[in-house]
Every structure is written in structure tokens, then in C-alpha cells.
Design a binder for this molecule. Structure first.
Ligand code: AMP
Length: 186
């Protein structure tokens, strides 16, 4: 795989895309940018952003698009993201996808690929509950999946239309899924 790739990892909560983003980012020498991690960091720091998003995150809802645009715009402007990145957890709505396109095109850039990590829903519930984060009660897990279906799944068609989508069966071991993503990226 060539360095300098600008990639989005798409998939339902618990599909393993965070783990895959970390592994592939290391291989590619680009940062793995997880908006969920960034927001959890803000909550832990007790920053203004953190107090704004804490309740939203623990309910399983999405933080508003405008707040997320500011977070992502600032992160992608940092030096380490110039040569490429793996985005994990952004975009999650159609307006966020449009925002990402415009952030990148402002500097003459565009995405190279969007990788969908596909996993059956029941498997996702088990995985998410096994993860044991304080906010991962059964109800919140199901709410996250509902929000994914409603708000994020439309991105599959959005990126398919743009010829960027690569689908990978994510119902396998971590190593196998990494291999499949490598293959999908060519
Ligand atoms: P994650 O770790 O990606 O599952 O994100 C954890 C939580 O952070 C989500 O359930 C949302 O509340 C919030 N979040 C992370 N990324 C986004 C995003 N792109 N848009 C809206 N909310 C987000």
C-alpha cells in the first residue's frame, strides 16, 4: 500500500474499525484519527467541548455536525495529517460527508477510499457489551446501532456513487480483517 493515503473507515459501532485504523495507520505511517477518542479526551480533560458532548455521548446520540466540523477541521489542519490519514468515526452523517469533501478540496485534496467494515448486527451487540466501557449499556448499544442505521448508513450509497467505496467482511479475526482491508486498498 502506498503512503499518503486519505482513507475513511466506515462501519457500525463495534465493527472493529478503531482497531483496524490503529494497525493500518502504523503500517502506512499516517495518523489514525478517531473522533470518538478525541471527544473522550475532551471529556476527560473537562474542557468546554468535553462538557458540551458528555451527555450526548453517553446517550448514544450524535454530537451536532457543526461541533464535529470544527473538531475535524482543526485536526486535519495539523502537520501530521497533511500526508494522509485514516479517519475512524467521521463522517457519520451526510452533512459531515459534505463537510469533509469541502475541507479537503479547500487544499486541493480528496479522499482516496472509503472502507466499509461490515459485521452482522447481533455480533455487534455482543462485541460492544464485551468492550465494557461505562457508557456501553445494552440500551445505549442498541441506540448507537439505530443511529448508525438512520444517519450513517446513507453514507454507503453516497460514497458508492462517488466510486470510493470498498466493502470488507469484518466478521473475522483482527488479522484476517486487516488483510482484507489491505487487499481492498490494493
Ligand atoms: P465512537 O468512539 O466513534 O463510537 O464515538 C463515541 C461517541 O462520540 C459517539 O457515540 C458520538 O456520540 C460521538 N461521536 C464521535 N464521532 C462523531 C461524529 N462524527 N459525529 C457525531 N458524533 C460523534
Amino acid at each position: 500500500m502506498a503512503a499518503g493515503l486519505k482513507i475513511v473507515l466506515l462501519g457500525p459501532p463495534g465493527c472493529g474499525k478503531g482497531t483496524q485504523a490503529e494497525i493500518l495507520a502504523e503500517e502506512l505511517g499516517v495518523p489514525a484519527i478517531s473522533t470518538g477518542e478525541m471527544l473522550r479526551g475532551a471529556v476527560n480533560e473537562g474542557s468546554e467541548l468535553g462538557s458540551k458532548v458528555e451527555g450526548i455521548m453517553s446517550s448514544g446520540a450524535l454530537v451536532d455536525d457543526e461541533t464535529m466540523a470544527a473538531v475535524v477541521r482543526e485536526r486535519l489542519a495539523r502537520d501530521d495529517a497533511r500526508e494522509g490519514f485514516l479517519l475512524d468515526g467521521y463522517p457519520r452523517t451526510l452533512p459531515q460527508a459534505e463537510t469533509l469533501t469541502s475541507i479537503l478540496s479547500a487544499s486541493g485534496d480528496e479522499l482516496d477510499a472509503v472502507v466499509l467494515v461490515d459485521v452482522p448486527e447481533e455480533e455487534l451487540v455482543d462485541r460492544a457489551l464485551g468492550r465494557g466501557r461505562a457508557d456501553d449499556s445494552d440500551e445505549v448499544v442498541r441506540e448507537r446501532l439505530r443511529v448508525y442505521r438512520e444517519k450513517t448508513q446513507p453514507l454507503i450509497g453516497f460514497y458508492e456513487q462517488r466510486g470510493l467505496l470498498r466493502s470488507v467482511d469484518g466478521y473475522a479475526s483482527i488479522d484476517d480483517v486487516t488483510g482484507r482491508i489491505r487487499e481492498a486498498l490494493g
